[in-house]
Design a protein around this ligand. Structure first.
Ligand SMILES: [Cu+2]
Length: 133
């Protein structure tokens, strides 16, 4: 084997390894998905149909993203009956809702499986459920 052949072979091995590493990295990225929930137009006067899909399903490690497609301010606060339980949708004090202006988003990355109820603190009839497995 001359030097030129050896260099070409080494280059080919590096290219194959790089491709394998990229493929593995791509697969790992695919495991954590975005789960999109829409706050639908006219949500202020809706109930369980204010959020779509409802219930929504996610896995631990996913990023759940609420997008406000209505023209009014809304929130997506974990808890039930207008009582925040502090799991998501509130500021670090555990009570103050995070506002989602029209066209904006709010995110939650679940770290534990479970069924999470949530609601809009400005329109408590708006209620949803997030199932995390
Ligand atoms: Cu609302």
């Amino acid at each position: 084997m001359n030097t030129k052949t050896a260099t070409l072979l080494a280059g080919a091995v590096v290219a194959i390894l790089a491709t394998a590493v990229l493929a593995i990295a791509g697969q790992q990225a695919a495991f954590a998905a975005n789960v999109d929930i829409t706050i639908v137009p006219g949500a202020s006067t809706k109930t369980k149909d204010a959020f779509s899909p409802n219930p929504a399903e996610a896995h631990v490690g996913d990023t759940v993203v609420w997008t406000n497609k209505d023209g009014a301010l809304h929130t997506a606060v974990s808890g039930k009956d207008n009582k925040p339980d502090g799991k998501f949708g509130v500021q670090s004090d555990g009570q103050t809702p995070i506002l989602i202006p029209p066209g904006k988003t709010s995110e939650f990355k679940p770290t534990q499986a479970g069924e999470y109820d949530y609601f809009c603190s400005l329109h408590p009839a708006m209620s949803g459920e997030l199932k995390v497995s």
